[in-house]
Design a protein around this ligand. Structure first.
Ligand code: NAP
Ligand code: MG
Length: 403
């Protein structure tokens, strides 16, 4: 087979620990033999972030704006322990937070479904994608403890000094607690655009849920913004693509999600998305099988695995011990990015190759050849539990069969 040529580069962001090892293996075994890979490379490994005072993260995000598509390896978000381990000059910010702030994007998490790992919910036979609005609400709130006798109100002062005040609560009988939170229309609008764009991209229905019956101003504003943007920009496109958008109460949404067969995108407010994404990931089987893509309202895409750098496995690897780390979500980050590059640049071979690599990965798992994490889920149906390298080689053999 002649190697597939690319036109525009992918933005490649390398990362840390075990996922960095897997990154190299995937490129060597599954990408470079088949594609004349064109990437603009950024090393987001913690060492290089420290060396560049984290400028490399900003450059990588800006390159994503330039080229439109990025693929990212998991990276360490430093804490105190990492400060010593890597002799850091500073506790650098989470690269994902930096990139998200620059691209103003929304993260979509989607499980990879295989027929021999059954979701806990029997009816689910297609993936459910969670879109979490990652700005504001309780994550940027101000909280105060109150004493019995306190009076709490909310005060808004406009630019002319005019004030509007509303009583929240008079703590006449008991001590208590109070919280003030906000969101901005511009952030909700970006979230809505990203959701509609992603739904069109995957040709799946979009659900949005909130609690507007109780929160008649706050949550209602979310609902209205989604409705306006849908009607003004996306209604016709959704019709052409035979997909649907609807809003429903969060209570109704959870009931419908459980009764559904999957195959849709569920857009959630910040807290709902935080909780529901963990619920969906667990219910589908394994964090190692969860992909993640950041979609900006301008239509830039950054693909990655939802899991971290798998530190525990890396320390074993450093000691020369055998590891069995699941590379599936990282492989799907590559296929997602390559397919998107193919679509944007009209390279059919790149799209076909990405589909085949995904198929080969799924075939490998469905044939009972898996890493340890999945072997535990498959129990008796596991033919062989493979180490990190051999699992990737098994995928390559499947790929050779279907190319
Ligand atoms: P983690 O890397 O997701 O791993 C937690 C545990 O989940 C692992 O120890 C392993 O369980 C299992 N696991 C996760 N991915 C797996 C895979 N591909 N194959 C097999 N098992 C897998 O989370 P963490 O240990 O809490 O975080 C490690 C580092 O990752 C931290 O420095 C954190 O900042 C970073 N992180 C980065 C991202 C990102 O870049 N997007 C996201 C999350 C965390 P067993 O040990 O039981 O085998
Ligand atoms: Mg969570």
């Amino acid at each position: 087979m002649k190697k597939i040529e690319m036109i525009n580069p992918l933005v490649e962001m390398n990362g840390d620990e075990m996922t960095r090892i897997i990154w190299g293996l995937i490129k060597d075994e599954l990408i470079n033999p088949y594609i004349k890979l064109k990437t603009e490379y950024y090393d987001l490994g913690l060492k290089n972030r420290n060396k560049t005072a984290d400028k490399v993260t900003i450059e990588a995000a800006n390159a994503t704006k330039k080229y439109g598509v990025a693929v990212k390896c998991a990276t360490i978000t430093p804490n105190k322990a990492r400060l010593n381990e890597y002799n850091l000059d500073e506790l650098w910010k989470s690269p994902n937070a930096t990139i998200r702030a620059i691209l103003d994007g929304t993260v979509f998490r989607k499980p990879i479904v295989v027929n021999n790992i059954k979701p806990y919910v029997k009816g689910w036979n297609k993936p459910i994608t969670i879109a979490r609005h990652a700005y504001g609400d309780i994550y940027k709130s101000t909280e105060i403890k109150c004493n019995k006798g306190d009076s709490v109100s909310i005060l808004v002062e406009n630019q002319n000094g005019e004030k509007e005040k509303k009583i929240i609560h008079e703590f006449s009988n008991s001590d208590g607690i109070v919280m003030g939170m906000h969101n901005s229309n511009s952030s909700i609008e970006s979230f809505a655009h990203s959701c509609f764009k992603y739904a069109l991209d995957c040709k799946e229905d979009l659900w949005f849920s909130a609690k507007d019956t109780i929160s008649k101003i706050y949550d209602h504003e979310f609902k209205d913004i989604f409705d306006d943007i849908f009607n003004n920009y996306y209604k016709d496109l959704f019709m052409e693509n035979n997909i649907e958008y609807f809003y429903t109460l969060i209570d109704d949404a959870v009931a419908r999600v459980i009764k559904s067969e999957g195959g849709f995108i569920w857009a959630c407010k910040n807290y709902d998305g935080d909780v529901m994404s963990d619920l969906i990931a667990t219910a589908f089987g394994s964090l190692a099988m969860m992909t993640s893509v950041l979609v900006s309202p301008n239509g830039y895409f950054e693909y990655e695995a939802a899991h971290g750098t798998v530190q525990r496995h890396y320390y074993k690897y450093l000691k020369g011990e055998e590891t069995s780390t699941n590379s599936v979500a990282t492989i799907f980050a590559w296929t997602g990015a390559l397919r998107k590059r193919g679509e944007l640049d009209n390279i059919d071979e790149l799209i076909t190759f990405s589909n085949k690599l995904e198929k080969a990965t799924i075939n490998t798992i469905e044939s009972g050849l898996v890493t340890k994490d999945l072997a535990l889920l498959l129990k008796d149906n596991c033919k062989q539990s493979l180490n990190t390298e051999d699992f990737i080689k098994a995928i390559r053999r499947q790929l050779e069969l279907i190319l």
